[in-house]
Design a protein around this ligand. Structure first.
Ligand code: 4AD
Ligand code: MG
Length: 464
């Protein structure tokens, strides 16, 4: 009985001599004058295709095999042979080819020539059939597995935080509202909409972060992480912003800022190492076709130590750089992408963990330093992408936290449960958030964040 096999396995020399069944989508078909055809087949199990030799003796050679083109789907059974061709260990001598579906050459959008990523975004339902998007899907899968592997190995509990929330974690007000009210005719209380009539008896939103809920579990069970979709209604049309993205957020009781930085550095190195080990063929492709520095960069990072730099010193470096930035920089202003990139690409040429930011530019939950002006924030910055991690030690002192909330015009009553964590058995604790798409962008060298997830959501765009 032939074995149903993945193309990844059939491409390995170990498969030579096996009777196998392969299934997948045709990339190309070439006919030889000698009366047979070469079919390049891909099934998503690996970057490479397998070459299939389909001879004129097949019953359906003239009627079907010779009509196969890019995008057609087939099942082939046959024998794996050693390939005389270069760059491949094996090929398949077909004994039977079943055609599931042809793809009209006139209308199938993915023909041989290279398409722009902009064009491919308009056919998000077909772009996973290209080399680039297949490779991204496999790298993304590998990163997710690595994320769970890392935290499980470190003794963290995986928790699920809600997709509907009443609190604005980052306090920036960039939230999508969730409501069942009739928008054409909402209930009113005076001139205002009466959200007491809404499904949850209050205004609710999609979360910008799962951090506050993760803190609940860290402050009860020690170490927890949440990993899920987060949403931001910020109208920024940049190559690093999405309206819907995935974030992994660990939260650890008894961790101070240094422990938090150590964990973040160990975590990123584990992800990079796993991708280098588990996706060599995909990474070769990115290195060759997308960005010639990605392999060297990742290998370098795995072997080096991240720079750790207080915000105040970073401002000095930027001011003394002699550079004219589009956004002028001074103590108290937030760093823009151009500043982050200067530090990581020009000055240090490696990842940088910036910490101790001014309290005025960071959210209420970050722990205030003794100087009163800065908070125990940390951002991990990398070349090209800029910030991939944002985190902090959390404010565990009830009075200071209340003061910070008042300072940022937050209503303490809305956060009564969060304040309770400080009221009953408070502990020093810390955590951070890694943007999944940002880390995949960094690993693959893809220029636009819209091209590292299956179906990007950005302002004005939510089709497929
Ligand atoms: O720095 P941010 O806003 O931090 C938080 O939300 C914290 N509550 C996390 C925590 O401490 N648990 O976001 C964290 C990371 C950023 O560093 C970035 O990688 C990513 O999330 N991110 C985005 N990725 C894509 N599109 C956007 N619009 C993003 N906004 C943030
Ligand atoms: Mg941030």
């Amino acid at each position: 009985m032939p074995e149903t096999m993945s193309i990844a396995k059939a491409r390995d020399a170990g498969a030579i001599g096996s009777q196998v069944i392969l299934r997948g989508w045709v990339r190309t078909r070439r006919d030889s004058k000698a009366g047979f055809s070469f079919i390049e087949l891909n099934d998503g199990s690996c970057f490479g295709n397998i070459q299939i030799i389909a001879g004129g003796e097949l019953d359906n050679y003239e009627s079907e095999v010779k009509r196969l083109s890019a995008g057609s789907s087939i099942t082939v059974s046959g024998t794996v042979k050693e390939s005389p061709g270069k760059g491949q260990a094996t090929e398949l001598q077909a004994e039977e080819v079943t055609v599931h579906g042809l793809a009209d050459v006139e209308t199938y959008p993915l023909q041989k020539k290279r398409h722009s990523f902009e064009f491919l975004r308009t056919i998000a339902h077909l772009r996973p059939r290209t080399n680039t998007f297949g490779a991204i899907a496999r790298v993304r899968n590998c990163v997710c597995r690595s994320i769970h592997g890392f935290f499980q190995d470190e003794g963290f509990l995986y928790i699920h935080t809600p997709i509907i929330t009443a609190s604005d974690c980052e306090g920036a007000g960039e939230m999508f509202q969730v409501t069942t009210l009739d928008l054409a005719n909402p209930p009113k209380k005076g001139p205002e909409i009466d959200f007491a009539e809404d499904f949850f008896d209050r205004p609710t939103f999609l979360p910008v972060s799962g951090q506050l809920d993760a803190e609940v579990f860290a402050c009860s069970l020690g170490k927890a992480y949440t990993f899920g979709p987060t949403f931001r209604a910020e109208n920024s049309n940049t190559s690093r912003h999405l309206a819907e993205f995935w974030m992994v957020e660990p939260e650890m009781a008894f961790f101070e800022l240094d422990d938090n930085m150590d964990l973040a550095e160990r975590f990123l190195k584990r992800i990079f190492r796993d991708v280098l080990d588990q996706c060599p063929e995909d990474m070769e492709f990115f290195n060759k076709r997308i960005d010639k520095t990605v392999l060297e960069t990742l290998q370098g990072i795995v072997a080096s130590r991240f720079v750790r730099l207080p915000y105040t010193e970073a401002i000095e470096i930027l001011k003394n750089s002699g550079r004219k930035f589009d956004f002028p920089i001074d103590w108290g202003t937030d760093l823009q992408a151009e500043h982050e990139r200067y530090l990581t690409e020009r000055h240090f040429k490696c990842p940088v963990i910036l910490y101790d930011y001014p309290r005025t530019i960071k959210p209420f939950y970050m722990r205030v330093n003794d100087d009163g002006r800065t908070v125990r924030a940390m951002d991990v910055l990398v070349p090209k992408v800029g910030e991939i991690i944002g985190g902090s030690q959390r404010e565990e002192r009830l009075d200071v936290l209340q003061e910070r909330m008042a300072e940022q015009d937050l209503n303490a009553e809305d956060y009564w449960w969060y304040l309770d964590l400080r009221r009953y058995g408070t502990v020093p604790h810390s955590g951070f958030g890694l943007g999944l798409e940002r880390v995949i962008q960094f690993i693959t060298g893809m220029a636009n964040i819209r091209d590292v997830l299956p179906f990007p959501r950005t302002p004005g765009s939510a089709e497929v």
